[in-house]
Write a protein that binds this ligand. Structure first.
Ligand code: SIN
Length: 281
């Protein structure tokens, strides 16, 4: 395996590429890692098929990109605290991540990327949708871009007055929460952010966004409603079908994703690692 063997084949017009020529159970030389890193920057989400890797190997791959970001609510696996398992059992009423979102956007330094590895998958269903937030930004009119420029959004984990995450997730058999009650988490971030590596601007929006800072709810809600719908137009998206052994890595600085809840009565088990990010600007 060498960098020359690595190919990134786009899976849709907007974003997403399947990476071939890589065996993630083997050490990646620097040139191979650089090719994969560049493919992530170019395509926003990359997919690997037929990988047979251990938790240590998934973690080793993640650490090539940076430190590990720990989720403030979710508990890591007992033997691998840096990895958390997303399990939906046959009797779980709903899934985890089934809304358009950016992972842990409510934290002051949201993670740069998520690496998800499929351990068990349903016979059909359980795909994940991704949307390209550069494309969503680029498609806005110039007057809209200037109005949004400089605005900040309040992003929240638990919304006061609504069911806490803990209450919502305790109905799920397969998702483990931290014992500690971490309460409300919130952060303000720019609505238009600049990617620290590509320098491109993108729309930074997802389910954690509550209001535009400094605006009344009456002012903020219609703008956010428009942006939420605009951001996930079909032409900005791709869809990934998981097989056992598939792995995806997405760049949370320029994408949103949504795990489709369409496999009632079946199991889906994934290993998820998030890589630390920096303060959005
Ligand atoms: C997530 O939102 O991190 C989970 C995505 C998925 O399970 O497909």
């Amino acid at each position: 395996m060498s960098a020359q063997d690595i190919q990134a084949i786009p899976v849709a017009g907007a974003l997403g590429a399947e990476i071939s020529g890589v065996d993630l159970s083997k050490d990646l030389d620097n040139a191979s890692f650089d090719a994969i890193h560049q493919a992530l920057l170019d395509h926003c989400v990359i997919f690997f098929k037929d990988q047979d890797i251990s938790p240590e190997q998934q973690l080793g791959f993640a650490k090539r990109f940076g430190g590990i970001h720990h989720h403030p609510y979710m508990q890591g696996m007992p033997d691998h605290p840096d990895i958390f398992e997303i399990l939906k059992t046959e009797t779980d009423p709903h899934n985890f991540g089934g809304v358009w979102h950016v992972d842990q956007m409510f934290t002051p330094k949201p993670n740069m990327g998520t690496i998800l590895y499929a351990k068990e998958v349903p016979d059909a269903g359980g795909d994940t949708l991704f949307a390209n937030m550069y494309a969503a930004y680029d498609a806005l009119s110039e007057p809209m871009k200037s109005m949004l420029s400089g605005l900040k959004v309040l992003c929240v984990g638990d919304r006061p007055g609504k069911k806490s995450r803990k209450e919502r997730y305790k109905a799920l058999n397969g998702v483990k929460m931290n014992d500690e009650d971490l309460g409300v988490r919130s952060s303000e971030h720019p609505l238009i952010r600049t990617h620290p590596e590509t320098g491109r601007k993108s729309l930074f929006i997802g389910s954690h966004v509550e209001t535009i800072a400094g605006m009344t709810k009456e002012e903020s809600d219609p703008i956010l409603d428009f942006l939420r719908k605009h951001a996930v137009k079909p032409e900005f998206t791709c869809r990934f079908h998981w097989d056992k052994g598939s792995m995806a890595m997405w760049d949370n600085r320029c994408t949103q994703h949504n795990a489709i809840d369409d496999y009632a009565g079946q199991r889906r088990r994934m290993h998820r690692i998030t890589v630390s990010g920096d303060t959005p600007f």
